[in-house]
Structure formats: C-alpha cells, structure tokens
Write a protein that binds this ligand. Sequence first.
Ligand code: SF4
Ligand code: SF4
Length: 158
Amino acid sequence: MPTFVYMTRCDGCGHCVDICPSDIMHIDKKYRRAVNIEPNMCWECYSCVKACPQNAIDVRGYADFAPLGHSVRVLREEEKGTIAWKIKFRDGREKNFLSPITTKPWGKAIPELAKLPVPTKEDHDGDYLCFEPAAFNQDEGMHTLATNGLKFKEGVYY
Ligand code: SF4
Ligand code: SF4
C-alpha cells in the first residue's frame, strides 16, 4: 500500500523527503507541502510514515484488494515510542495494531557513510552488504542454509 500526504497537516519539514529510499517524496514547489510523486514505485517501507512529526502521511490500499470504503490511519506518538495502525474494513470492522518505533535520535540510526573506513577488496568481493553482519547483531556471521545443517542436493537444500 503506497503512501499519500494530507496537505493540510503537512508543514513541509522535509523529513519524509530525506528518509525515503525510493526518492519519491518531494516537496511541491508551489504549495511547499510533501507529495508522493510516484506511488507505484513506493517500497511500502513506511519510513516516511514513522518519520513524519505531523501524522500527515497515511497509506492507501490498491483497489484490487482494498476496495473503496476502507481506511488505514497511522498515528505516530513519539513520546510513547509507538506507531498505532487503525484498519477499518468496509463492513465497519476495525483492527488496531501498536508497534514500537526506533528510539534513536534522528539521523543516528545509520552511521554516516562518509565516516566509515574505505571498503577493502575482500569487502567488495564478499557476500555481506554494508553494515552486515553487525546490523543484525550476528557476531559470528550471518546464518546461512549450509551452517544451519541443511544439505544441498539436486539444486535444493534439505
Ligand atoms: Fe518512500 Fe517508503 Fe514512504 Fe514509500 S513508504 S514513500 S518508499 S519512505
Ligand atoms: Fe510534511 Fe510530514 Fe513530510 Fe514533514 S515529514 S514534509 S510534515 S509529510
């Protein structure tokens, strides 16, 4: 479900623009409010939803599985460290979910790339992505199918 912005709530702070990995949250030049310029390219990561201090961003289901009449409301409560999701179905039923959000200060969750050591040739040739395995708290390296004791046979792990 891609995101959209309630322009009357948005104050144009730009946090959603900074955090969007798909670079699709832009500030409208005329109205100085955020807008998702390419909903079909949305990763649905909801980083923008969590980052917005004005609760100005909600999500919208695609018409094929979420027909008209439903709603998804998101409430970010920084003091409590929670994100509350309220799903309303067309028949009036409601489901509510409460999830924790990161408590790290803004901009501190991911180290600045420019301050990281230059990757070695082994880093380039290796299997890990940047921040792995440390980002997963896997001191002994990432788990793989092979290290979990599975055997490879005829193209399939058993
Ligand atoms: Fe960008 Fe993720 Fe928000 Fe989609 S959900 S607009 S990809 S930050
Ligand atoms: Fe608007 Fe929220 Fe984006 Fe700030 S983070 S520009 S308030 S939608």
